[in-house]
Design a protein around this ligand. Structure first.
Ligand SMILES: [Zn+2]
Length: 254
């Protein structure tokens, strides 16, 4: 065995024995997301595409507020989320939520799909679930579990790789799909608990399905729009008829 290889193994053993595996913390992830979010928001502001339409921003903020109050009621013991929401005039955006609750919604996306308030609530509730369910932290943990050497490198490199390294993204695709299914399901349930009718929330997925050119085909990270619509329709029928809790895992896209 070469000295090189021995040194590499020693480094790996040190990492493992120091308990570093899985040592990405929610604080790391939230701090990184806050930095990236700020850069994105500043970029949009400089391009004149941030929060251009005050009434649209107010509409999004009102719906997000109602959802965040529900999130609080759902889990009063959880740390207080510092939700932040902005709207984008960039037609290439749709909607996202970064770790810690940093949301961005594209006005063009909402207008293209002519989303009702309930449908917009579905979009926001799905995005908020990614933060509530710590999906970003779980993604980082999975990357580190697959390759503990990430812990020896600057955190920003792993952040960048999660968005740009095709090999790593491929390795995490199955987890991403699971997280999308979970965000659809928990997002619909939370918005329903906040007072919207489940079938009106599920209608968002019908619009998504109708807008897709090949709705039966998903992509690397998202289930097919048709499967999402069918799952949402089944879940909504059960929620609106008071049969929540009878859904099986098989009722959701895999
Ligand atoms: Zn999502």
């Amino acid at each position: 065995m070469s000295t090189h290889r021995i040194a590499a193994l020693l480094a790996m053993c040190l990492l493992l024995s120091s308990g570093c595996v899985g040592a990405v913390t929610q604080e790391d992830v939230v701090a990184g997301a806050a930095r990236l979010y700020r850069a994105r928001i500043d970029g949009l502001a400089q391009a004149g595409m941030l929060d251009r339409d005050a009434s649209f921003l107010a509409r999004v903020a009102r719906i997000a507020q109602r959802l965040s109050e529900q999130a609080r009621r759902d889990n009063p013991a959880a740390p207080v989320w510092s939700w932040e929401i902005h709207t984008s005039g960039d037609p290439d955006d749709n909607a996202f939520c970064m770790a810690g609750g940093k949301l961005l919604v594209s006005q063009a996306y909402v207008e293209q799909l002519a989303l009702t308030d309930a449908e917009l609530a579905m979009v926001l509730s799905h995005e908020m679930q990614h933060a509530i369910l710590l999906h970003h932290l779980k993604e980082f943990d999975e990357a580190v579990r697959r390759d503990p050497r990430w812990l020896a490198r600057p955190f920003s490199e792993l952040e960048d790789a999660l968005d740009n390294d095709a090999r790593l993204m491929g390795q995490l695709a199955a987890l991403n799909r699971e997280q999308e299914v979970e965000a659809d399901r928990e997002g619909l349930a939370m918005a329903w608990r906040a007072g919207w009718r489940a079938n009106e929330l599920a209608a968002y997925f019908r619009k998504l399905e109708q807008a897709a050119t090949m709705s039966h085909i998903g992509n690397a990270t998202h289930p097919a729009p048709l499967a999402r619509w069918r799952a949402a329709r089944r879940q909504a029928a059960q929620l609106d008829s008071g049969r929540a809790g009878t859904l099986e895992k098989a009722d959701f896209p895999q």
